[in-house]
Structure formats: C-alpha cells, structure tokens
Ligand binder design. Structure first.
Ligand code: F0G
Length: 362
C-alpha cells in the first residue's frame, strides 16, 4: 500500500471539519520532527527529557501552515476569492503560499520595516499583494477585523476558527509519537492562537472528542512564554508599544486573550517573559549544541523551559515538549548578528593554505 504523506487534513480528517467532497488545499504541511535534545540536558546537568517540535520544517517554514491549510481549504469551500491577514511575517508567508495553491488572491498587512528578511522574500516570491502599514501588528489586526464588512475577503488570522482546528494537529502528532501527552508543553506566545490550538488538541485527545477513541491519559501543563517588551500576559493588560528583537511575537494585543488564559488555568500552567538577550541565548544554544536552527521568537520556548527547570518549577524526571515555531532561515540578519564570535578566514585556493587553516583551528 502506498504511504505518501499528503498533509495533515488527510491524516486527521476524522477530527477536522471536512467532508469527502472537500477540495483540500495542501502543500504537505505537518508531520514535523519531534527531536529529543541530547546535549543541552547534559550541559544543564538535569535529568529531564526535552523534545523540540521543529515546526520550521513546514512548507513555508513555520507552524502557520497547519492552520492555513484548514483556513484556505474552508475559504475555498465557501466560495471565497481572496484572503487577508495582518502579520508579523509568518502568517503572511503562509497565507500567500496557500492562496497560490488554491488559485485565489492574498492580501497581507505587515508592519513596515519590522518583518524578518526571509519572510519578506517568501511573501514577495509567492506574489501576494503586500500592504505595508506605518504601524505594528496590532494596528494591522484591528483594520483586518473590520475590513470583511467592506471588501469580499476572508480573514485568515487565528481569529478564524479553522486556523485553530488545523494547528491543534501539532498536539495530535506529539501524542501519537510519544504514546501520551508530555508533562509540560512550552511555547512562545504572541497573538495566542497557538497555545489555544495546542490546548484544544490535547484536550480532544484526552477526552475522546472526535471520531476516534481517546489516545492520551492526561493533558500537559501549558507554559506560555513572551518577550519582556511584548508581554501582556505578564502585566495582565494590553501593551501599547510592544518591542522585541523577536519580531514574530512583537504583539501587544493578543486576539486569543481569553482562550490563552483558559489554557493556563485549566492546565495549571503559567506565563513568563524574557529579555531579548535571554531569548537570543537560547536561540544560539539550539544551534551550537543541538544543530537546530530556529528563529529567535521560537527559542523563547526553550528559554522558558530552561529557567523553569533550573528553578525546579519543572521538576527532574519530567517529559517536556518545546515548540520551535519557525525556521532559523526566516531571520538571517539576527542570526548573523548573533555570530560576532565567528571568524571566517579568507585564504589562497591551495592545498597548503587550506591544510594550514585546518591545523590552525584544531
Ligand atoms: N513564533 C513565531 C515564529 C510566530 O510567527 C508567531 C506568530 C508566534 C510564535 C506566536 O504564535 O501568535 O499563535 O501566539 N506569528 C504571527 C504572524 C503573529 O503574523 O506570523 P501565536
């Protein structure tokens, strides 16, 4: 029997709002690696079993593709000819790609000058209609929420419930692979759609909602981490001028505010926030110690896990999953600025010169 992987809607159609007649818009998203960290636990000297869900290996390089396959599939099913989103970069890249696949138009509102280079490059290549605004993500989001009353476009931000449906499959994949839910799930929080989606996925798997039988005996404690300059879940109120080097989560007015608080409360979890330097430290650790290159915002999950492991809030013996939401190639500028300690050498193209260069470094 052929086993070609054809995307997460095909894989989890029993638990998603599609029928046999639905035309599925897929680029093969999902099925991302769950990688066990080998070196970092040794370095921190703790008996913990940490996995990273490497969402940077989705077709457009971020977890957004999980939600976008669902949102665009349903938009097309409902006869929509155009989609729109506000974005810090990843949602726009994903919306642009899935619109191409569907043969419809994508409009994306992005904050001028605050989109990582790789995300901009992708969105341009996919041919989306890019609208740069003199404002931040939250400004774009408030316009997008009103635009549907004025123009025939479907919103594909995570306020679209089909986005959450698609994204919940990441929790399914984790449970399917580990055989049960982990003890703790750590993830970066921006607009708060993803923490909402994971909690929904874990809950469905643990409570036998949907067509299949319950596969998880428990749900994890949910730990949501933010950048200190964009941390409304820490201050308990919306933030007007969010700022962080992790531009993906440069958000002050999360749309899934209530859902995220529910996930935290129901799971017995918590929110915390980190200075940009701490986020970048975790970003570099993943590359230098594990060979895993994610984007800065993604590393917030590991920064949080490491702090809470060190303090004992996450006890030894725990099984922990950290979501790495996007690929490191998304933000080459921040990556290069992180590597001031690297000293590439330029030498003559001769065997002797190369031999000397190697021996000098051994
Ligand atoms: N990590 C990355 C790489 C992101 O791009 C985002 C959100 C998040 C984490 C936070 O996820 O919003 O569900 O809490 N990016 C959105 C965008 C806002 O427009 O690409 P969240």
């Amino acid at each position: 029997m052929a086993t070609r992987y054809t995307g997460l809607i095909d894989r989890y159609k029993n638990r998603l709002p599609v029928s046999d007649d639905t035309r599925v818009i897929s680029i093969g998203e999902g099925n991302t690696p769950l990688i066990q960290l080998q070196n970092i636990p040794k370095i921190i000297g703790k008996e913990v079993d940490i996995y990273v869900k490497y969402e940077g290996l989705n077709p457009t390089g971020s977890f957004k593709d999980r939600g976008m396959t669902m949102a665009v599939t349903k938009a097309v099913e409902e006869g929509s000819q155009a989609i729109i989103c506000a974005s810090t970069g990843n949602t726009s890249a994903s919306a642009a790609a899935y619109a191409v696949r569907a043969g419809i138009k994508a409009f994306v509102l992005i904050p001028e000058g605050k989109i990582a280079l790789g995300k901009l490059a992708q969105t341009l290549m996919y041919g989306a209609e890019i609208i740069e605004i003199n404002g931040n993500f939250d400004d774009g989001m408030s316009i997008v929420k009103e635009i549907a009353d004025h123009a025939p476009v479907t919103i594909v931000n995570s306020i679209n419930p089909f986005r959450i449906e698609g994204q919940k499959t990441a929790a399914f994949e984790i449970v399917d692979e580990l055989g049960d839910a982990p003890d703790f799930h750590c993830l970066p929080v921006g607009n708060a759609g993803n923490i909402t989606a994971y909690w929904k996925g874990y809950t469905e798997y643990a409570t036998d909602q949907g067509a299949l039988t319950a596969v998880a005996t428990k749900r994890p404690v949910m730990c949501g981490y933010q950048a200190a300059g964009a941390a409304p879940f820490i201050s308990g109120k919306m933030v007007d001028n969010p700022e962080t080097i992790a531009t993906a989560i440069r958000i002050g007015r999360p749309q899934s505010w209530d859902f995220a608080w529910a996930a935290q409360k129901e799971s017995g979890g918590w929110f915390d926030c980190f200075a940009d330097e701490k986020i970048l430290e975790a970003h570099k650790m993943l590359s230098r110690y594990e060979g895993i290159f994610c984007e800065p915002a993604s590393a917030t999950s590991l920064a949080g896990a490491l702090k809470d492991i060190a303090s004992g809030k996450i006890p030894e013996g725990s099984k922990i999953v950290c979501t790495l939401t996007g690929n490191g190639l998304k933000d080459p500028d921040t990556a290069i600025s992180q590597c001031k300690d690297a000293h590439p050498v330029t030498i003559d193209a001769t065997l002797d010169a190369v031999k000397k260069a190697i021996l000098d470094k051994m």
